[in-house]
Design a protein around this ligand. Structure first.
Ligand code: ATP
Ligand code: MG
Length: 367
């Protein structure tokens, strides 16, 4: 049952639409806003690069603004080492910059620097159903992996994620297929909020790539390539050396038969075809056509070599960027300031709509 049914009745009438903070026009003209978050795991993999990062880079030319966040507050929901978290944030920042994010053309920041996310998350929890959270696949998978403690934070992860996105009134959220469910949940949350408290939040749409939305573990094509819970040999890291990448692809598990076509009973081959299509910037059909009559070995060698060539410049730029913590910190701090300016406006509107804190004084003509 939806949470709304369990929520106390409200006799409030909804407030007028308030967008962009107190002094913004009621209905400002706005171009598309893109938002996405990525975990500071440091070792980002090919699935992250294809499903997420590649789209973030493209989003910079399309959105005003494109906002990207390194989600340290999400990272603390599973076991982690506090002394390493900051380092992993810098690793991830450097990977994103190396892949093509440009702080002049996007807002790049660390989630924990913008306190509005945490407060908004709490406020949104009042229109989030525990039943829905409990059903999320990510919660089910990750809670099963926890040895010591299944934290309430892990259950709440999608609420914080909803706050991340809704704080910026984002229209589009570039993500991989695994996040579809969370995106649907955050749309439900926004819709329920607007229904109960008045039109305040924007319902975001997921942007899931047509090809490469779910890159599979090369050793276990029944699973997605993943930071947690995948095999080391089946996971290609953005920072792997070219030789390592080629070797991982050469050892990729393929399927029975010999034809190079995409099919449900050929997840391993389908995965390789899709990866190569993304790297070449062509359709999977074009790859199938190119490899007609050739063997799996040829395909594995080609994908390995081409992925290695594709990622090499990212690794090289990373090496150049990663050494300077203070430069990375400066970029994140500047990003956080810009992010805060937007998120604070939304949070003020949400508080006003919910009756939290003192009423906002209406700005009338000076007397
Ligand atoms: P974890 O497994 O711990 O959740 P992760 O590998 O999913 O880690 P995230 O930082 O959570 O890493 O994901 C960053 C982005 O990469 C998200 O948009 C996610 O949807 C996308 N992504 C993750 N894995 C894949 C994959 N195998 N294929 C395509 N996209 C992926
Ligand atoms: Mg993930």
């Amino acid at each position: 049952m939806a949470a709304l049914a369990a929520a106390p009745d409200s006799d409030q009438t909804g407030p007028a639409v308030l967008r962009g903070g107190t002094d913004a026009p009621a209905v400002p003209s706005r171009s598309v806003v893109i938002f996405s978050g990525i975990q500071p795991t440091g070792r980002k993999h090919l699935g992250n690069h294809i499903g997420g990062i590649r789209q973030y880079v493209a989003g910079q030319d399309k959105a005003a603004p494109a906002i990207y966040c390194i989600v340290d507050l999400h990272a603390v929901t599973v076991e982690y080492e506090p002394v390493k978290l900051r380092e992993r944030v810098y690793d991830t920042t450097a990977i994103l910059l190396a892949a093509g994010l440009d702080p002049e053309r996007c807002i790049l920041f660390r989630q924990g620097d913008v306190h509005e996310h945490a407060e908004l998350s709490w406020l949104l929890s009042s229109v989030t159903s525990v039943g829905e959270l409990n059903r999320m696949h990510q919660f089910r998978d990750k809670s099963a992996q926890q040895r010591r403690l299944v934290s309430a934070g892990l259950l709440f992860y999608p609420v914080l994620q909803a706050a991340d996105v809704l704080a910026y009134r984002a229209d589009e959220v570039p993500v991989g297929e695994d996040q579809r469910e969370h995106l649907e949940l955050m749309r439900d949350v926004a819709e329920r909020f607007n229904g109960r408290f008045g039109e305040t939040l924007v319902l975001p749409a997921s942007r899931i790539p047509e090809v490469g939305a779910r890159v599979l573990d090369l050793q276990d094509p029944a699973r997605k390539m993943s930071t947690t819970g995948a095999t080391e040999q089946g996971t290609v890291y953005v920072l792997d050396e070219p030789g390592t990448i080629a070797k991982k692809f050469r050892r990729a598990v393929t399927d029975s038969g010999s034809e190079i076509v995409r099919a449900e009973d050929k997840p391993g081959v389908t995965n390789l075809i899709e990866i190569l299509a993304v790297v070449r910037g062509v359709s999977p059909e074009a790859v199938e056509h190119d490899f007609a009559g050739r063997g799996y070995g040829d395909l594995k060698t080609a994908v390995g070599d081409e992925v290695a060539g594709w990622l090499a410049p990212v690794r090289e730029r990373y090496e150049a960027l990663r050494g300077d913590d203070s430069q990375l910190e400066g970029i994140l701090a500047e990003g956080a300031e810009k992010a805060r300016a937007i998120a604070a406006g939304t949070l003020a509107d949400v508080r006003e709509a919910m009756g939290v804190g003192p009423a906002r004084r209406s700005v009338g003509p000076a007397t």
